[in-house]
Write a protein that binds this ligand. Sequence first.
Ligand SMILES: Nc1ncnc2c1ncn2[C@@H]1O[C@H](COP(=O)(O)OP(=O)(O)OP(=O)(O)O)[C@@H](O)[C@H]1O
Length: 436
Amino acid sequence: MAYVGGAAAAASGGPTSIRQVKLDKECELRIEVAETPFRLRLLTGTAEIFGTEIPPEIWLSFPPRLKFAVFTWYGATIEMDGTTETDYTADETPMVSYVNVHAVLEGRRNRAKASPGDSDASQGPRVIVVGPTDSGKSTLSRMLLSWAAKQGWKPTFVDLDIGQGSITIPGCVAATPIEMPIDPVEGIPLEMPLVYFHGHPTPSANVDFYKVLVKELAQTLEKQFSGNAESRAAGMVINTMGWIDGVGYDLLLHAIDAFSASVVLVLGQEKLCSMLKDVLKNKPNVDVVKLQKSGGVVSRNPKVRQRARGGRIREYFYGLANDLSPHSNIANFSDLSIYRIGGGPQAPRSALPIGAEPTADPTRLVPVNINRDLLHLVLAVSYAKEPEQIISSNVAGFIYITDIDIQRRKITYLAPCHGELPGKYLIVGSLTWVET
Ligand SMILES: Nc1ncnc2c1ncn2[C@@H]1O[C@H](COP(=O)(O)OP(=O)(O)OP(=O)(O)O)[C@@H](O)[C@H]1O
């Protein structure tokens, strides 16, 4: 790495080093931000962060612990200010193969746009990104979306990764149109995402319910596409979980089928790629493409993931830079109808055919009695008008239970805004958060 310049005092006070890095064409500067603020700016040339071009001269601030790369196609000089865990330049990246995929998708979008009357030909690419944990799926999804948005398309981003979630809080499957290249710090804009709440950070807590939600999301998008030629031609990019064995593999096949994916991008795993090629060989309209994992992808252990989940929930209520003010509200127990999905009392043996074992219905709606077990749980507010609609309804937002007063039968919760909740039915799972 070429360091130019030397130590200087940061605008905010304490000593820090301002340094410059010269990047050759098709190289990237990989950065892991430390616990203190960090900023950088582009001095010369052009560069992008995960598909979004960075503006020249302007200092961009990055939050602690963020891991990212500044990539340049033609060469650039970057100036950094602040401490990092690590920063280094890499001249070997899979970016050329990624942008080649983008070019093929672009061709398909153009063909779809040119055939508006034809229900099959007017559908742009439906890309699903699969691979093990920490293979760079979210990052590749983000790049493909940002490159498409830069060219004026409005592709739909679908996030099926309920463990991390880049559209909204964890525990959800969600979709949103991407109209602008994604901001490297702010992430996906949250105008009107379509969100279904599973309520657990892993689908294994209730696999059948997860499948129901994936199907619901796919069907709702299908309806939206049928009335919107522009979104239809732009297609979708679907990010998935890193769970690729056993039930996780079945869930991938289920998602490929539910969304009628036309391109499956497999990151960093030969075995998964050949399994998918084999199982999809009878579907000539589905292309399975193997792509190399970037050497820059940073592995995250369960503790880091747990922390990231908490961070996403905090961000929902307080904003990335503490710029939102959530409201603490008090309701009577009788004002809220809370449901859990799945489990609950099983049918008695006497009610079953002879020989049948009682099993819990995974999509059974179970009313929840309000007690202190709800403390520190994050609940979703359903758009359902009747309890029977809860399973198939998307959600308006989330609340966080901060106090339960059994004596006075009052429940205190944090909501993004004050006033009445947008629905009276709430869904609870196992998603907890401890406000710090
Ligand atoms: N080229 C790169 N340079 C530096 N950091 C990177 C690079 N690519 C990805 N990262 C970082 O590595 C981490 C993991 O990447 P990403 O979230 O894309 O993986 P993933 O496969 O979606 O993970 P999982 O499915 O396991 O949650 C992220 O923090 C991301 O910002």
